[in-house]
Unconditional design. Structure first.
Length: 272
């Protein structure tokens, strides 16, 4: 959730053999995984010339946990969507016998295509998810992407009932950290396992403040604002995590860290 607005960022990924803002290649490789894993695709709306898509495991098993992973809210935070692609490419479809998985692979395509944080209208896609007396409401600074997602609140709430992981980056930082949400007073194994997973790839932030929030042991805990993840947790998603990988590190290392936290997120909730 870094600060810069007009600056554009792109990196060259050795893993994917392209620049990180190569949206044509991203969608091409994503389509291959959608086909391989037989994911269902719903177009929730459009942003500029691009669809905002929800992907879901095709068979919904009512006794399984419902988990959602989202990425690409901020266009310069490239390792989230590419990490999701890496996660999908190594996913065993047998997982879908145990988990109902939903994915928002690239929420802000117009920002991603130019490597800029905000969408092409200059709006922040992870801001302005207001709840007024419990009702999803647009307001000051609500982006077109947020409106699209809020229009599908019942679907997204059901899809994230047992957990939401949303993958961000902090392009100006050298250390990793997470925002996490658990239905208790202090961070538990959900938060600690996810932080430790990132810590296998990247240095964990020292205690202090990041964006005016207290970070302790790499975790900002139960911090509620008008973000998408906070919006879902306030309405009943049981566990939430917003991961932040540091843009000052190698892009492929960040992609691998994002893929690993997605794998761990699914495994933790599956184990519970
Ligand atoms: Ni962000």
């Amino acid at each position: 959730m870094a600060q810069s607005t007009a600056l554009a960022y792109q990196w060259h990924s050795e893993i994917f053999e392209c620049q990180t803002n190569d949206i044509v290649r991203f969608y091409h490789l994503l389509e291959q995984q959608i086909n391989r894993l037989s994911l269902s695709k719903s177009i929730l709306g459009t942003s500029g010339e691009y669809p905002v898509c929800l992907l879901q495991s095709s068979q919904h098993i009512t006794t399984n946990p419902n988990l959602m992973i989202s990425a690409g809210f901020h266009g310069e935070e490239a390792a989230g969507p590419w990490g999701l692609l890496h996660f999908l490419s190594s996913l065993d479809p047998y997982l879908f016998a145990q988990v109902n998985l939903s994915l928002l692979p690239l929420v802000n395509p117009t920002g991603f295509a130019i490597g800029q944080r905000f969408n092409q209208l200059g709006e922040n896609p992870n801001h302005g998810f207001y709840l007024e007396d419990g009702t999803p409401t647009s307001g000051k600074g609500t982006s077109i992407e947020a409106k699209i997602l809020m229009d599908h609140t019942p679907t997204l709430l059901s899809a994230s009932r047992d957990g939401i992981l949303t993958c961000h980056e902090d392009v100006l930082l050298t250390d990793t950290y997470i925002y996490s949400f658990e239905p208790q007073q202090t961070p538990g194994s959900f938060s600690e396992n996810l932080r430790d997973t990132l810590g296998q790839f990247l240095p964990v932030a020292v205690d202090g403040e990041i964006d005016d929030c207290p970070v302790q042991n790499g975790i900002i805990f139960n911090h509620f604002d008008t973000s998408f993840e906070s919006f879902l947790v306030q309405q009943g998603s049981r566990f939430g995590c917003c991961s932040e990988t540091p843009g000052q590190h190698n892009i492929d290392q960040r992609i691998l860290a994002n893929a690993a936290i997605m794998t761990e997120f699914v495994n933790i909730v599956k184990r519970d």
